[in-house]
Design a protein around this ligand. Structure first.
Ligand SMILES: C[S@@+](CC[C@H](N)C(=O)[O-])C[C@H]1O[C@@H](n2cnc3c(N)ncnc32)[C@H](O)[C@@H]1O
Length: 293
């Protein structure tokens, strides 16, 4: 006869399919629209498996420790902590990145900025020095560094904790020799660059009041753009005049509602430049490009 301890261990094991169903219901009750997907991602993370692997083997049994860990993650997700902070990972531009609550979770719309940067660098093979301003997790610098081997990047941020996360990503993607991490306030004291690329905080006070509960887990310093959302962008555009080399490019991510204002701002500072607005995959204005003559 099994000892009471063994019986307890067997009873506490659960099938993955049943655990997923319970979690999905719990997340849906908490108002999470992606309840099924989130439950699968979290369970795959706990079991060091893939979502496909889980769905192919719903009979797979969880140990007591796995069930308890999964339940803890589901509770946190039900209180709206983003999935990426729970798993510690986020995919950006096809690359796996480490993320913690010290950094903004890289967004798919920022991939547009990376694409514009890569196009510029390919069309200008002499452009070697790139600044990723407000690097956060290092997403932009890592993506450009992996795709364009000829460039050297400075990834800067005002926040030292963010730079530590960026350093881990730079190491993980074997870019230590080409990406220099720097703590600085915007472009103060920066050396001349051929390309400046920045996804700075741009949410306005009104947008911050209306934001999704998930955003309250992300660092305010990564989101808060001041009253109209443009405090940092205004300063960066002004400073870029002294840092961007002739024939260089400035790329800025923006909120679609800011496109006209940011374009006028850029024209006031760079009257002779070629200035264009670019749309993201959902057709919304998302990036400004300044090509300096
Ligand atoms: C919107 S997040 C972007 C992070 C990352 N580049 C991305 O696209 O996922 C903005 C980043 O700017 C940084 N930041 C805020 N104020 C700054 C300043 N004055 N100078 C430099 N970086 C700043 C924040 O710490 C944050 O990491």
């Amino acid at each position: 006869m099994a000892s009471p301890g063994v019986v307890e261990a067997i009873d506490d094991r659960r099938a993955a399919g049943a655990a997923l169903l319970t979690a999905r219901r719990r997340l849906a009750r908490a108002g999470i629209r992606t309840a099924a997907l989130d439950a699968e991602v979290l369970l795959a993370h706990v079991l060091s498996s893939t979502r496909e692997g889980l769905l192919a083997h719903p009979e797979r049994r969880l140990t007591f420790a796995q069930a308890r860990r999964f339940s803890g993650l589901v509770s946190k997700r039900a209180s709206r902590m983003p999935v990426a902070y729970l798993t510690g990972n986020k995919e950006f531009y096809g690359l796996g990145l480490r993320v913690t609550p010290r950094v903004l979770i890289p967004r798919p719309e920022t991939e547009l900025l990376v694409e514009l940067a890569i196009d510029f660098l390919k069309a200008h093979p002499d452009a070697r020095r790139v600044i990723d301003l407000g690097t956060g997790s290092g997403a932009i610098a890592v993506a450009i560094g992996r795709r364009v081997p000829s460039v050297r990047l400075e990834a800067s941020d005002i926040n030292l904790s963010a730079l530590r996360v960026a350093a881990a990503n730079v190491r993980a993607h074997r870019l230590v020799s080409r990406v220099r991490l720097t703590k600085r306030d915007l472009l103060e004291g920066a050396s001349p660059a051929d390309l400046i690329i920045a996804n700075l905080p741009y949410l306005s006070a009104v947008q911050r009041r209306r934001w999704q509960p998930e955003l309250s887990y992300e660092p305010a310093q990564a989101l808060d753009g001041g009253r109209d959302g443009l405090d940092l962008i205004r300063r960066a555009v002004l400073q870029a005049r002294g840092v961007l080399k002739p024939a260089g490019a400035l790329l800025l991510e923006l909120d679609p509602s800011q496109a006209g204002r940011v374009e006028r701002l850029a024209r006031a500072h760079w009257p002779a430049a070629k200035i264009t607005i670019h749309v993201d995959l959902s057709g919304r204005a998302r990036a400004l490009r300044v090509l300096r003559p």
